[in-house]
Design a protein around this ligand. Sequence first.
Ligand code: ADP
Ligand code: MG
Length: 267
Amino acid sequence: MESFTILGRVGEGAHGVVFKAKHVQVRGNGEVVALKKIHLKKIDDGIPNNILREIKTLQAITEHENIVRLFDVFPDGSSLVLAFEYMVTDLSEILRSSQNTLPEVSSYYMIMLLRGISFCHENHIIHRDLKPANLLISSSGQLKLADFGLARVMSVENERLYSHQVATRWYRAPELLYGSRTYDEGVDLWYLGCIFAELINKSPLFPGDSDIKQLGCVLSILGTPTTSTWPGLIELPDYNKITFSGFLPIPFESIVPDATSEVGKIK
Ligand code: ADP
Ligand code: MG
């Protein structure tokens, strides 16, 4: 940490504090970076899985222009520090601060988001926690995926079970809400749709206020699924525990009224 001057605190997440800092150099301007400092509770327990995941997945894919760059990882006392390229804001901040609706810029953000996700999936990585606060924006307006603490490398063997306790509630895909443990990169596409609607409407699409109500919130908008709209539905672990019958789907044009009609045709 001695080689950095801390310029301020830019974020606080579940696992640590993020600082804006400048690299101290003998000559010239030091590079501005973001330092994510993660306190390791018990040093003897080793580095927690989620931190290792974040480092390992980022090292595999950090070269892409829509993935945040990880420059370095180093210990600092009983903490571990991840040095990232500094990003001026994130999409949740943009949503909060902009007065107008965002249809114009939304398509640019969506393209960058799609490129980032597509690169992850080509590299067999599921992000599993996409949401506006984890989509960082650079000074030149580039969107980059960040926070790979829940990311997973997809297994080539089909038998592997994943945890369904992932993702921030409002962005959690319905198969996760039904307890699926064999899901795939489709969960990232679900987040993508949620983020798209949020950009257009400027409010979250499925703001469920508890885990139980989240599925009801989703189905009240998209309609109760059937085995023809969702083959394999009844085999999901929690299908019999949670039932919401009789919801009819709301037309796409009413869900995101400001989106162009072409968007509704993309299936
Ligand atoms: P957590 O897993 O704790 O949510 P994140 O990686 O999402 O950690 O970081 C928390 C917050 O810190 C982000 O939402 C963002 O506001 C800020 N942040 C993270 N990385 C950077 C970065 N590279 N540049 C600027 N701010 C960042
Ligand atoms: Mg985060």
